[in-house]
Design a protein around this ligand. Structure first.
Ligand code: HEM
Length: 269
């Protein structure tokens, strides 16, 4: 049992108000959750909140960070595509004539509508995930005896892998240019992004347990990529160098990615 004197009740409600104000000022996700709980104290407990945060860290950090590294790598290899994305970002945000040199001013132009209209950037990120899926191999365990759609029988306890890395490079799924990085394959004639079935493009898994953070991941990666490509141009520090991968839970590069970064101006690209 907790005994509250009038003054301690006043103190705790004052404390709650101070907390609320400090969460409201912060814009990170944890503060937003804490603010929601202040408004509706029964909505979730600390354990639930801990699990959400762990999910974000475990499922959402290396996946998006790794994808952005591969994205920069493929853009260093193809300056035409890099410039095309930079042009799209400029057109969707500040337009052709205005040059905003500072990150804070530029991010103010990254509205929901602007991010949504960046179809080529969306396609380039998706194409990166086709060739370099953050989860290259995913293991499943059979809960019961079953028959897979192609007729293969599996027994309870069997382990089954599906391999987004291999599937993303199969010619019979993607055509003869399957090895090529070509964002255009995701766009229709009007330049609008056309998604593929998640059973063909499996980077986020498919079905009821598909990645919960997919939309969040795209948004985060698009914001990050837009800021970087609006302001800077990236080139490999050694032009013909390539990077390999390390087979781990997520698809890591097998060494550092050395790039040269230079400011990008509105004149030219
Ligand atoms: C490029 C970025 C990402 C990729 C490629 C990716 C991929 C995946 C894959 C393949 C799975 C299925 C794992 C399995 O069950 O075997 C998964 C699950 C999950 N992802 Fe992501 N993920 C990404 C980013 C994120 C982010 C940013 C978040 C959260 C903020 C997130 C949250 C989750 C959660 C909660 C699950 C478990 C869903 C469930 O089991 O019902 N992911 N993700």
């Amino acid at each position: 049992m907790t005994l509250c004197t009038p003054s301690s009740t006043r103190r705790s409600s004052r404390w709650a108000e101070i907390n609320r104000n400090s969460y409201a000022k912060k814009e990170d996700i944890l503060s937003r959750f804490l603010l929601e709980r202040e408004k509706d104290p029964g909505c979730f407990d600390n354990k639930y909140l801990r699990d959400i945060i762990l999910n974000f860290v475990i499922a959402g950090r290396d996946t998006t960070a790794g994808t952005l590294s591969w994205f920069l790598y493929v853009l260093c290899k193809d300056q035409r595509i890099q410039d095309k994305i930079a042009r799209e970002v400029r057109q969707a945000t500040t337009g052709d004539h205005q040059d905003v040199g500072r990150v804070r001013e530029f991010t103010a132009c990254l509205t929901e509508g602007a991010i949504g209209s960046m179809h080529y950037l969306h396609a380039a990120l998706t194409e990166t995930l086709r060739l370099y899926p953050a989860v290259p191999v995913d293991v499943k365990c059979c809960f019961s005896d079953d028959t897979l759609p192609d007729g293969h029988a599996v027994r309870r306890g069997d382990m089954v892998n599906y391999q987004p890395y291999a599937m993303g490079r199969m010619k019979f799924l993607w055509g003869d240019d399957a090895d090529e990085f070509r964002p255009e394959r995701w766009l229709d004639d009007d330049g609008v992004f056309v998604p593929e079935s998640p059973y063909k493009f499996t980077a986020f898994q498919a079905g009821p347990r598909i990645c919960l953070g997919k939309e969040f991941a795209y948004r985060q990666m698009k914001i990050f990529a837009a800021v970087l490509l609006y302001l800077f141009r990236f080139e490999m520090s050694e032009h013909n160098s390539t990077v390999g991968y390390r087979p781990m839970l997520t698809l890591k590069m097998d060494g550092p990615l050395y790039v040269c970064v230079s400011p990008r101006r509105s004149t030219g690209n």
